[in-house]
Design a protein around this ligand. Structure first.
Ligand code: GLC
Length: 573
């Protein structure tokens, strides 16, 4: 065979490597939805949600316009941290069903065009995992799978490191004369990512689930992957009211955000890209859970991870925040990622670890949904938030299941327990809200399901669900939301926040009145001089006197207290 010139060989090679991943970027304007499998739909009526239940409910996503679902862990686990303590990464917990149920879920989702991503929990395993049991027994092959250090002879702790759930991060074993490190519960020993074998194990697990046809991963607790090797003590935060043993007592400079973490994530993204490339499948997606400094979170973009979760609507604003604080949180993320080529924004409103959106922002949950949906990029919804579910705050200490709550003790469990946000999905007003057929549920159903449920909201003329669905429709069909740029404005009286998205021909404008008492009249034409003076209300909050479908004068538009409108307007040539 005649030799090809080098340049042609290079071009062919580049094509093979870069050209085969299908549907690159499918996730860029997508709505992701987090399913907490225990609480979503219980098909076998044992009180715990399951895979068959999820499969039966996949139509909900299709009908609503949700593009991708993320399943919190469904793997074998003693359930000390409800699946975030995995005892076999390849097995499905029998509470959730069988391998066949999982296959059925994936194939039904695929038929409906819904992507499925799975939780990957690399930082730790359960202490009941075979690797840990072997490591504990001193098996040479597994000795370094976890982070072991000799017991200090003076009986003092190894250092001052504190676990996220409270108390020392070290547990000294009786069978192996050493102590192991755990960032979370003592039954969740940390894996040692300085071991090449551990790194290979995790890659095998990633491949295993990709082979099952999943579309990517949400990676758990990623900033915790590495710690400094010399076990330096961490400095105190000196936060008022925080006592020794609480996680916030220390600044976690030596147990979080270590540079090696980013290299490992990069290797996983590469694996996923190579996989999609070799198997001719759609682009695989990675989201990472990284509660840390803004620049440390956005640094995950550099690894190729598409969706480093943006938690700033959870951590940096609350019910007392005004429009300028919201503007700051929005702008800082957009500015931070503007310097990162190809980075797409994302907006997370809630998850299984914190209070629900409608509880954090009483009477303003829909405004938050509007923000996440109208801002550019990916919107992430926690189950139940499409109907405005709220926290169930009256769960007793005796009934508390969450280790974070139990560890905090009777006095403080309500501050820490995550049970209130994990109650069963409220489908309808049947027994147990349609979650199952009447067996007791693993945590109680919120009694408000009688009025607050999906079925009722589907039939009501106006509802949270209808707002949610309309917003998804808008973001999929309106040119300004598909390609448009974004600007944010705060009115001079500091009562109104507006978000303006524009294409060449049209704008979509979200206006939020932060005042609880005053109607504020805005002149949007002053703000966006290129728009026509007449606009159309596409979506309105529930108590707004101006309804969806109304034509409005954008020079003089009254926004009632606590209300929001999403308006479309033509750009004048
Ligand atoms: C993440 C999960 C949380 C879990 C922890 C330990 O933060 O979201 O639910 O408890 O990691 O795995």
């Amino acid at each position: 065979m005649a030799r090809l010139p080098c340049v042609i060989v290079f071009l062919i090679a580049t094509r093979i490597v870069a050209g085969e991943i299908k549907n690159v970027g499918w996730w860029k304007n997508a709505v992701f939805y987090q399913i907490y499998p225990r609480s979503f739909q219980d098909d076998n009526n044992d009180g715990i949600g399951d895979l068959k239940g999820i499969t039966k409910r996949l139509d909900h996503f299709k009908e609503t316009g949700i593009d991708a679902v993320w399943l919190s862990p469904i793997y074998a686990s003693p359930m000390v941290d409800f699946g975030y303590d995995i005892s076999d990464f390849r097995k499905i917990h029998p509470d959730y069903g069988t391998d066949a149920d999982f296959t059925e879920l994936i194939s039904t989702a695929r038929k409906l065009g819904i992507k499925v991503i799975m939780d990957l929990v690399p930082n730790h395993t359960s202490d009941e995992h075979e690797w840990f049991q072997k490591s504990l027994a001193g098996d040479e092959a597994y000795k370094d799978y976890y982070i072991w250090h000799d017991k200090p002879t003076d009986g003092k702790p190894l250092n001052n490191w504190i676990s996220v759930f409270g108390g020392s991060a070290w547990n000294c074993s009786s069978s192996r004369p050493q102590c192991y490190f755990h960032q979370f519960h003592y039954k969740q020993p940390d894996l040692n990512f300085r071991s090449d074998k551990v790194q290979e194990e995790m890659k095998d697990i990633i491949r295993f689930w990709l082979d099952k046809g999943i579309d990517g991963f949400r990676v758990d607790a990623i900033p915790h992957l590495f710690e400094v090797e010399d076990l330096r003590n961490e400095p105190r935060t000196n936060l008022p009211g925080v006592v020794d043993g609480e996680y916030a007592y220390l600044d976690h400079f030596y147990t979080k955000d270590q540079p090696e973490t980013y290299d490992v994530v990069k290797s996983w993204v590469k694996l996923m890209n190579d996989y999609a490339n070799a198997s001719n499948t759609d682009e695989k997606v990675m989201t990472v859970e990284a509660y840390t400094f803004l620049n440390k979170t956005t640094e995950y973009y550099e690894t190729g991870c598409q969706i480093p979760f943006n938690f700033y609507f959870i951590t940096d604003v609350n019910r007392t925040s005004g429009p300028d604080q919201f503007k700051k949180v929005i702008d800082q993320w957009l500015t931070e990622i503007a310097g990162r080529p190809g980075a797409v924004a994302n907006w997370v409103l809630g998850n299984h670890d914190g209070s629900r959106t409608a509880s954090r922002y009483p009477g303003r949950g829909d405004q938050m949904t509007m923000l996440a949906m109208i801002l550019p990029g990916v919107a992430v919804t926690y189950y139940g938030e499409e109907i405005g579910m709220i926290d169930k705050t009256d769960i007793s200490y005796e009934d508390t299941q969450d280790p974070a709550g139990c560890n905090a003790g009777r006095e403080k469990y309500k501050e820490k327990s995550r049970d209130p946000v994990r109650t069963p999905m409220q489908w309808n007003d049947d027994i147990n809200a349609g979650f199952n057929q009447g067996e007791r549920t693993w945590i109680p159903v919120n009694e408000n399901f009688v009025e607050l449920n999906l079925a009722a909201q589907k039939t009501a003329k106006f509802s949270h669900y209808k707002i949610y669905k309309k917003l998804i429709h808008l973001r999929k069909t309106h040119a300004a939301l598909l390609t448009g740029k974004v600007e944010t404005f705060v009115s001079s009286d500091k009562k109104i926040l507006s978000v303006v998205r524009s294409s060449n021909t049209e704008s979509i404008i979200l206006i939020i009145n932060f005042s609880d008492t005053e109607t504020v009249t805005v002149n949007l034409v002053n703000q966006v001089p290129s728009i026509a003076a007449g606009g159309l209300v596409e979506v309105a909050t529930l108590d707004s006197p101006i309804n969806e479908g109304s034509s409005v004068n954008l020079r003089k538009l009254p926004i009632a207290p606590k209300q929001s409108l999403v308006i479309s307007a033509k750009i004048q040539k």
